[in-house]
Design a protein around this ligand. Structure first.
Ligand code: 1GP
Length: 243
């Protein structure tokens, strides 16, 4: 486990950030190289890497392709214990604080801890807050209930509790492919209540959605699905954020 705070300090440098989410199950072997090169050319800040499942046996090989073709840090966003690798730069150690499933709060972390400790990964302790639709893959896979849209105070109180427990970042998640991104009022309310970095993702489909989430108080926006459909969007979003 890397004891430096290099990645953490990048999150904290006050600049708005864009992290494409690359799910290895969603890309062909040509596609993964192409998206890695687009990440490099467009100057994204981080690549988040992971997904709900691993259908193809490509987790490690695709991670190598990302590292070979893009210079930005690759941060694991693990859907399971099968998605931890020393080839990445860091790991979002997600505790699902919106849920009440002990496995997602601490159980899986206990199993992973010795492996992560022996790795070179920088650990980014992150409070994961699932919101919105109960039919998202992440709600099903985690067996947790998302905080409904409109319940901004519950989201804010959950984020505050995460910060008070010492977590270093909050990830406000609508679920991959969410029909509606997280309402801006919820992002604003969470932002008002915490001082740690705020990552927002799920259902962000275009530069305007990305800008709106950042203006509402997100420090980092994550886009997965929309880039799988239209990889060129990576330039539009990157330009908008880094202008
Ligand atoms: C999912 O927040 C991420 O965990 C990204 O969501 O795939 O909808 O962009 P999308």
């Amino acid at each position: 486990m890397k004891m430096t705070d290099e990645l953490y300090l990048r999150f904290r440098d006050g600049k708005k950030k864009f992290a494409p989410l690359i799910d290895p199950d969603k890309y062909s072997s040509e596609g993964i190289k192409k998206i890695a090169c687009l990440c490099e050319k467009s100057g994204v800040d981080f690549i988040f890497y992971g997904g709900s499942l691993l259908i193809q046996n490509n987790f490690e090989s695709y991670l190598s392709i990302l590292k070979e073709n893009c210079g930005c840090p690759v941060i694991l966003f693990p859907g399971s214990l099968f998605q931890i690798s020393n080839k990445a730069d860091g790991i979002l150690l997600l505790s699902m604080i919106s849920g009440r499933n002990p496995e997602m709060l601490i159980g899986q972390h206990v199993i992973a801890a010795p492996f992560i400790k022996a790795s070179n990964l920088e650990v980014l302790p992150t409070g994961y807050i699932l919101t919105g639709n109960t039919s998202s893959s992440v709600a099903y896979m985690s067996q947790t209930t998302p905080i409904p849209y409109g319940k901004d105070e519950i989201a804010a109180s959950t984020a505050m509790a995460g910060e008070m427990l010492g977590l270093r970042m909050i990830y406000l998640e609508a679920g991959s492919g969410a029909v509606e991104p997280i309402p801006l009022s919820m992002i604003r309310r969470v932002r008002e209540c915490i001082g740690i970095s705020l990552i927002v993702g799920g259902g962000i489909c275009n530069p305007k959605d990305a800008q709106d989430a950042l203006d509402a108080g997100a420090d980092v926006i994550v886009v997965g699905n929309a880039l799988e459909k239209n990889p060129g969007l990576i330039f539009e979003i990157s330009e908008r954020i880094h202008k």
